[in-house]
Ligand binder design. Structure first.
Ligand code: SF4
Length: 472
């Protein structure tokens, strides 16, 4: 029985209990959200190492990291190191986008070792199995999907919404079809003259997913690849099909989330999130960025994190990270770290803006440590403690500076917080420090599992030196 089927029957599963504990809410609320299709718990029945989590707009905003090999980088140890790096820096889910060798062994190793849900894009493996894209058959696709379900994959991107009749709508675009899955399926449809095979076999895919409790991540194969293409007819025609497919999957008791753009001007993001929620009856929205400008290759973790923050504020449930290498090359370990930091910030900023219960406790605790010149506590509470400590220690490395009432930014004479504290001590202004020195307890806050520095969340082992990670 899938999580959705159980929820509809009124059963609170172990996974729902665990999710409720992590989100600090009632298990019955989790069950209701899942039963209504408003949240998903991606949890393949064969993924033994999983620590269940939930994706839905009523819960903490989640972050996904993409990893995977390519033709050039292929060993299992390297892939497991990428998985460790992603989880270490705070990924809530990880997508294995491998397109090189050893696909099965790498996927199985990832599932075996991952405490977070693993997602895949099965069309990639189907392409690897044939000489020409048009050699992909319905049977091959179903075979690949069933095998990956058996291997324990928790959710799969299925680009079933790109239809033949949508393709002409992309003709006037500046950047055409930029989704890898979307472009592969468009080529298949153009050359075969047949309808999207993932659409044609969707009911059969639902039956496989129901057997293993795989969650759909309905791919946005026609997402805009630049601001000029955002919100065009092609994008919204596909979205309407994704709404239809969402309801079909629900009819099979299969959980669904829906993927979204892409590149979108800031002023259009909220209305795009609202449109997806309406068209797809509230199924969780899983967005890539979106990038709010096209002008900053090398900084697209920033251009996209701005859009991701706005998307989270408007109701997106999960944010797929973008690294600084987007559009440029294969991300390495530092890119993964920078991408995850940017997206953890976006997710948290969205949670704070939405008034998520307890979300701001983390900000308050860090601010109190900062004002108290408790440098060690400030590092511990930082989103990336390793980076905060190393930046501080670049100029003031000694232990004696860990209680100093200044840092090298303003220097001892101009440290405004020291000046403020001295003024309060000397005059009539009330002291800021509470009488008993009590500070916000992040660990005991209402969002304790969300309010934590991501580094070392699941594993305190330091991450080794650079290992490459793949891009979507
Ligand atoms: S020196 Fe400036 S930046 Fe550093 S602690 Fe003081 S006020 Fe903050």
């Amino acid at each position: 029985m899938t999580q959705l089927a159980a929820a509809r029957h009124g059963t609170v599963t172990e996974a729902m209990e665990r999710v409720a504990e992590r989100e600090n809410c009632a298990a019955e609320f989790v069950r209701q959200q899942v039963a209504d299709g408003q949240a998903v718990i991606p949890a393949n029945v064969g993924h033994d190492a999983l620590d269940p989590m939930i994706i839905g707009r009523e819960f903490g905003t989640k972050v996904n990291a993409n990893i995977g090999n390519s033709e050039e980088t292929s060993d299992i140890e390297g892939e497991l190191e990428k998985l460790h790096t992603a989880v270490h820096y705070g990924a809530d889910t990880v997508m294995d986008l491998s397109t090189g060798a050893n696909l099965d062994a790498i996927r199985e190793a990832n599932v075996e070792h991952s405490p977070v849900p693993i997602g895949t894009v099965p069309i990639y493996e189907a392409v690897k199995r044939v000489d020409d894209v048009t050699d992909i058959t319905h049977e091959l696709l179903l075979d690949v999907i069933e095998k990956q379900a058996e291997q324990g994959v928790d959710y799969m991107t299925i680009h079933a919404g790109v239809l033949m009749e949508h393709l002409p709508l992309t003709d006037g675009r500046k950047t055409g079809i930029v989704s890898r899955g979307g472009s592969i399926l468009a080529q298949w449809m153009e050359e075969s003259g047949m309808q999207n095979p993932l659409y044609a076999t969707f009911e059969e895919i639902c039956e496989i997913f129901a057997e293993y409790d795989v969650t759909f991540s309905l791919g946005d194969g026609l997402r805009p690849g630049c601001l000029a293409d955002a919100g065009d007819e092609a994008q919204f025609a596909e979205l309407d099909t994704l709404g239809e497919l969402t309801r079909t999957a629900w009819d099979h008791d299969v959980q669904v989330m829906v993927e979204g753009p892409g590149h979108v001007p800031m002023d259009q993001i909220a209305e795009q999130v609202e449109r997806q929620q309406e068209v797809c009856d509230g199924a969780p929205f899983y967005v890539l960025g979106p990038l709010v400008t096209d002008i900053a290759p090398g900084y697209d973790h920033i251009t996209s994190a701005i859009g991701a923050t706005e998307a989270a504020r408007a109701g997106a449930a999960m944010l797929c990270y973008v690294t600084p290498k987007e559009h440029l090359g294969l991300p390495d370990r530092e890119d993964v770290r920078d991408g995850l930091a940017a997206y953890r910030i976006a997710a948290h900023a969205g949670d704070v803006a939405n008034g998520r219960d307890g979300a701001r406790d983390w900000d308050d605790a860090l601010s109190e440590a900062r004002y108290a010149f408790d440098w060690s506590e400030q590092f511990e509470l930082a989103l990336d403690p390793e980076r905060a400590r190393s930046y501080h220690d670049q100029t003031l490395p000694g232990d004696n500076y860990k209680e100093a009432r200044f840092c090298s930014m303003c220097g001892v004479e101009f440290c405004s917080m020291r000046i403020d504290q001295d003024a309060r001590d000397a005059g009539e202004m009330e002291s800021i420090e509470a009488e008993d020195g009590e500070r916000t307890d992040v660990a005991g806050s209402a969002a304790a599992e969300v309010n934590r520095p991501p580094v070392g969340t699941h594993d305190s082992t330091p991450v080794d030196e650079a290992t490459p990670a793949d891009d979507d």
